[in-house]
Ligand binder design. Sequence first.
Ligand code: FAD
Length: 475
Amino acid sequence: MKFDRSIVWFRNDLRIRDNATLFQAVARSKEIMPIYCIDPRNFEETQLGFPKTGYFRHKFLVESLVNLRANLQRKGADLIVVQGQPEELLPGLAKKLGANAIFFSEEVTSEETRVERTLEEKAWAEGVATESYWQSTLYHIDDLPLPVGQLPEVFTQFRKNVEKLSSIRNETDELSTIPFAKVEVPNSLSDEEIKHRLGELRPQPNKVMKFDGGECRGMERLESYFWQKDLLKTYKETRNGLLGMDYSSKLSPWLALGCISPRTIYWEVKRYEKERKKNSSTYWLVFELIWRDYFRFICKKHGDKVFKIEGIKNQRDSWRRDRADFLRWCEGKTGVPFVDANMRELNTTGFMSNRGRQNVASFLVNDLNIDWTWGASYFESMLVDYDVCSNWGNWMYVGGVGNDPRENRYFNILRQARNYDRDGEYVRFWIDELASIEGFDIHKPHELPANFLRGKRIEIGKTYPEAMVEMDKWS
Ligand SMILES: Cc1cc2nc3c(=O)[nH]c(=O)nc-3n(C[C@H](O)[C@H](O)[C@H](O)COP(=O)(O)OP(=O)(O)OC[C@H]3O[C@@H](n4cnc5c(N)ncnc54)[C@H](O)[C@@H]3O)c2cc1C
């Protein structure tokens, strides 16, 4: 069936290339109206007192919307940006503007699917059809070897299954033009009005990755990491790094908002393997994208359980809820330099390496015994690459309430520091007040003689906090 006019409701798919929803809408409609709703619920304060969407992700979203609009305009269309709840706004708007259908991409977690369901009910009540498409994963949900409800709980089994029995689809064909329905939408926000919501821009230190939102920047990063800097061939050796722009792909923020699709990355890996080199590193990037798929399908399989303290393991709640201790962790003032450096990086840039995330999360849940969902909520607010499934899924595993056979996910922080920041360069970069301590000593300032520290104007308990835990246990 061909629709006369359709709304394309953009969500976490802020791109034109390989966007199955947009592609289908264009194929099946005479003209379309691309719309994004800035949903006020995503900007509310959480029970713990921080915004659900913090500054970095907000900034990334603003830039992604402005870029999506520019890209749509280049194809003869435009992006309408309105403020409000999509399920309240879109069905009525469709009716008023004479649209017969609303096209959108499917999400998996409860808040998002509730919105979808309500929108569908309201649209149908207005006589407007809805068409939804799956497109957030590398493997399409319809191509999985088993129905989602029967997928293996353990990552390795999931991976082996899909690698053996499923294949990855091609990207959708490029759209040369997009037929646009020229209609006046009241209260549509201009670029300036979208940017204005963010307030003042914050400065960012040099030597760290600067994340600017939008499909164009995402594709530039891909081009630079794969082709210009030729780093894909060494990814497996460098991926556990901590400092700088290039130890890993840093594609996660663009993946999270859908500025780039995992399939686009996959097919670029294949091209690289053909034209440059194929080795365990090129495979490993795809391996990591399968982790991303795995968490998305686990979330679909287990529904709300992934947000619950008991997790999918139904484990008894025995967590501490000490706000003062939690705040020290959030602020990077635990007195454990490796943890603090990572938290300060997160607070200053919105990003933290995978190695860092595993360490700070383990410290919160295993050493401080604090409610793992608090940590997940803080990450939700702060991370520029926040992805509901990757974040809550990973936290659930660190919290020991996922279905992970590797029971003990405890990280010995000093051993980790020795393995990944042996000369203390990373800690020195982020913790100014300890920067004058040389070598690995920076990781255990509490063991250094008071005289020596005084000579460097460092006083434990004053210029840098006492450690919240006995650090001897890691020696
Ligand atoms: C407690 C915790 C919370 C996390 N929260 C998020 C989150 O909100 N959003 C997010 O994208 N990732 C999250 N991760 C996973 C991982 O840390 C990031 O994906 C990675 O650090 C992003 O950097 P990169 O793009 O350079 O990754 P690369 O190493 O270059 O990997 C390429 C891509 O693979 C995917 N990937 C890699 N590792 C994982 C993983 N463990 N789980 C799921 N996908 C993965 C990401 O999409 C990533 O962009 C979390 C990990 C932990 C331990």
